[in-house]
Design a protein around this ligand. Structure first.
Ligand SMILES: [Zn+2]
Length: 415
């Protein structure tokens, strides 16, 4: 193959619009350097829009591009300066594939960000193609593109929160479009003020179109909705009610275990001690089977569950009430029977779930609203789990902005 053919193939392989390869050289230990050139002999003045053919000067420099196989690829580009024939001022040409003042092509940035979304900054930087600083620059650029992207229409909004650092009270609010199941944004904090500030930025036109807001059981969010969204119905996220019921069930499980352990310690007669130990072994490893949806249990877990129910009548009662509550919400899609069934549940649950009972009574209207709207909290839960995953793998994120960007990129990265 002669040189000309080589160049032609390299141009095709490079596959950048309006660009041709001029020469190539391979540096051992560095990679492939392709000298490239625009095939256009003119550029358009950004000030007045006049096409200019008058080359003012060449400006050559090297940027990184997608690797070719295992080999790093560098492009020696020429961002030419033209002199506008109309306004007589020089200007740099715009190159589609590389932004000004960036040391890498747009498509490399795209690929790197995808990798960062899947992995984390350090492991991507360790591949040696781009540095940590370059990755952070890429994320920052991407975040600027994202932040221009304010929502224009949301009908059903979810407000939730997650702990950034577990047990340290470092929470952030998470706003979700429930119709598209996409993260709208994630805020550095969860106070009423923080949430209000972001919502106000969306503007009244967006806020007044919101028909429904699903929240956890915090009155602060309810106040924000009432104040800023005149047409929205507040719906208490059933997931959070369920969480509270599960918590109360688990507290009872722990309590019973502890009291059996105490009884075993104090037992005088060995027969009695053996009896307590039998009960305690029935309660061992019972957390999962009690809290998990019964329909998701396998045979072994179902056996464990009936063992628990045999040794503890209170846990049996509570577990059945918990399952009943879930079924009411899964099977009722109408306000009237919903109110009726929930009322029945409350009268039975009062004795076993005093805390949840109070919560449900306090949030009755908002919980009942679920029956008419049927807002699925599955989306919220799924998004939260994904964010938690990102958080766990996010040791490469030096600050909240990076974390936020990475979360957003996960749902919006498709440019
Ligand atoms: Zn001009």
């Amino acid at each position: 193959m002669n040189r000309k053919q080589n160049i032609k193939i390299l141009t095709e392989l490079l596959d950048l619009k309006d660009v041709k390869v001029i020469s190539h050289r391979l540096h051992v230990g560095i990679g492939m350097i392709l000298q490239i050139e625009s095939i256009k002999s003119y550029s358009t003045c950004p000030r007045c829009g006049t096409k200019s053919h008058r080359l003012h000067q060449n400006h050559r420099y090297i940027v990184k591009d997608l690797p070719f196989g295992e080999k790093p690829v560098f492009l020696e580009i020429n961002r030419r300066q033209f002199k506008c024939e109309e306004c007589k001022k020089p200007f740099s040409e715009n190159l589609d594939f590389v932004s000004q003042k960036r040391t890498y092509t747009k498509r490399l940035a795209h690929k790197i960000i995808q990798e960062v979304v899947e992995n984390d900054i350090h492991s991507v930087a360790d591949q040696g193609i781009v540095t940590t600083e370059e990755i952070e620059r890429m994320l920052k650029d991407a975040s600027l593109e994202l932040s221009d992207d304010k929502p224009s229409l949301i009908k059903r909004l979810g407000i939730d929160e997650i702990a950034l650092v577990k047990g340290k009270g470092n929470y952030c609010a998470v706003l979700i479009d429930l119709d598209t199941s996409k993260l709208v944004t994630i805020l550095n904090g969860r106070t009423q003020e923080v949430v209000k500030e972001t919502l106000l930025e969306w503007g009244y036109e967006v806020l007044e179109q919101i028909e429904e807001v699903s929240i956890d059981l915090w009155v602060g969010y309810k106040n924000v909705v009432t104040e800023l969204m005149p047409n929205a119905q507040v719906v208490a996220d059933r997931f959070h009610v369920m969480t509270q019921i599960n918590k109360e069930l688990d507290t009872q499980r722990k309590r019973e275990k502890r009291s059996l352990e105490e009884l075993i310690k104090k037992a005088q007669l060995s027969a009695q001690k053996a009896e307590y130990e039998k009960l305690l072994s029935g309660l061992k490893n019972s957390k999962y089977v009690l809290l998990k949806n019964e329909s998701d249990l396998n045979e072994e877990q179902i056996n464990k569950l009936s063992e628990v129910k045999n040794v503890s009548p209170v846990l049996k009662e509570m577990h059945e009430l918990k399952e009943k509550f879930r079924k009411i919400f899964n099977k009722t899609d109408n306000w009237y029977p919903g109110v009726f069934k929930l009322g029945m549940w409350l009268s039975k649950a009062k004795k076993y779930f005093p805390k949840s009972n109070n919560t449900i009574i306090r949030w009755f209207d908002e919980i009942i609203a679920y029956f008419d709207n049927g807002t699925s909290s599955g989306a919220v839960e799924g998004i939260n789990n994904k964010i938690k995953l990102i958080k766990r793998s996010g040791y490469g994120f030096r600050n909240f902005d990076n974390f936020r960007v990475r979360c957003l990129l996960n749902w919006h990265f498709n440019y």
